[in-house]
Design a protein around this ligand. Structure first.
Ligand code: CP
Length: 311
């Protein structure tokens, strides 16, 4: 594959291949595929996990990072995203990881230009977050060994969440059943088409995976933020110790983070036995190695990493 832009672009087989590859990297597989190649991490929205773990993944693959800070780049003088990427390609970058506030910013880059550099989407507006989705899938797959018939409850700020968009779509395609919780206003028609809305206590009792989402205050209107009460939200939708006790023994708590402690999750639940929040982050490095390796391998072949068939 040349680029990884959205989960809808990936076939089920490609998703499983990426999970296999990430698990191999986690088990100690070495690769020098990035040796003497340069990566650039173009983050136009803030990030801690995604940027840091792509940086570590690049280093583990032997790549060198070209430093880039949006605030001190020539984008502040009006240089376009295309010109920025074409510049980095001309300087020698092989892979660009891009996070951008605009939904589907990548469409213009891949449809209207002939870039050689590989693009991996590090999150576009409220659209997609494929690297987060793939590391979530890896973490679920390691725990359950399959997605078929799993019940996944996604609770929180659905409509603003690129994680919710990516995960609801791919989990359904892989055979899981998705359910939703949180404010009615966030349960938009696209989610209603994929699964029902449920009470949070019932979700905790019935789900195999309870996936929490951050309330994205930066994407809420001034009025929505004014009317938002953290305490009310936590009471109605937050995961507290009592709700954790309702969960099945085998059930997982997931959250892409950053977490709002005391809003969608209680402080003492973040690192409880059922929580996979920090293991998700650890897996993120290996999944991002797999993603970079997959696009670099795509340089020599139209096809992808491995071709193991699953039933
Ligand atoms: N999960 C996630 O995308 O975190 P960052 O915004 O810190 O990268």
């Amino acid at each position: 594959m040349k680029n990884i832009l959205s989960m809808s672009q990936l076939s089920n087989q490609e998703v499983y291949d990426l999970i296999d590859s990430a698990i191999e990297f986690k088990s100690g597989k070495k690769s020098s595929i990035g040796l003497d190649k340069f990566a650039i991490n173009l983050f136009f929205e803030n990030s801690t996990r995604t940027k840091s773990s792509f940086q570590v993944a690049e280093m583990k693959l032997g790549m060198k990072e070209i430093e880039f800070e949006a605030a001190t780049s020539s984008t502040t003088k009006g240089e376009s995203l295309y010109d920025t990427i074409k510049t980095e390609e001309s300087i020698g970058a092989s892979v660009a990881i891009i996070r951008h506030p605009e939904d589907e910013y990548y469409k213009d880059l891949v449809n209207n230009h002939n870039l050689k550099i590989h693009i991996i989407n590090g999150g576009d507006g409220t659209g997609q977050h494929p690297s987060q989705s793939l590391l979530d899938l890896m973490t679920i797959y390691e725990h359950f060994g399959s997605f078929d018939g799993l019940k996944v409850g996604i609770i929180g700020d659905l409509s603003h969440s690129r994680v919710a968009h990516s995960n609801a779509e791919i989990l359904t395609r892989l055979g899981a059943k998705v359910y939703f919780g949180g404010l009615d206003a966030w349960y938009t028609s696209e989610f209603a088409e994929m699964g029902p809305q449920m009470d949070v206590d019932d979700l905790c009792k019935e789900m195999d995976v309870v996936m929490l989402l951050r309330v994205q205050h930066e994407r809420l209107s001034a009025e929505e933020n004014e009317n938002f009460s953290k305490e009310d939200y936590f009471k109605k939708y937050g995961l507290n110790r009592n709700r954790v006790d309702l969960m099945k023994d085998s059930a997982m708590i997931m959250h892409p983070a950053p977490v709002n402690r005391g809003a969608e999750i209680a402080d003492d639940v973040v690192e409880c036995d059922k929580s996979y929040i920090f293991p998700q982050m650890a897996n993120g490095v290996f999944m991002r190695m797999a993603m970079i390796a997959a696009v670099l391998e795509g340089e020599n072949s139209d096809n992808e990493i491995v071709n193991k068939k699953r039933q």
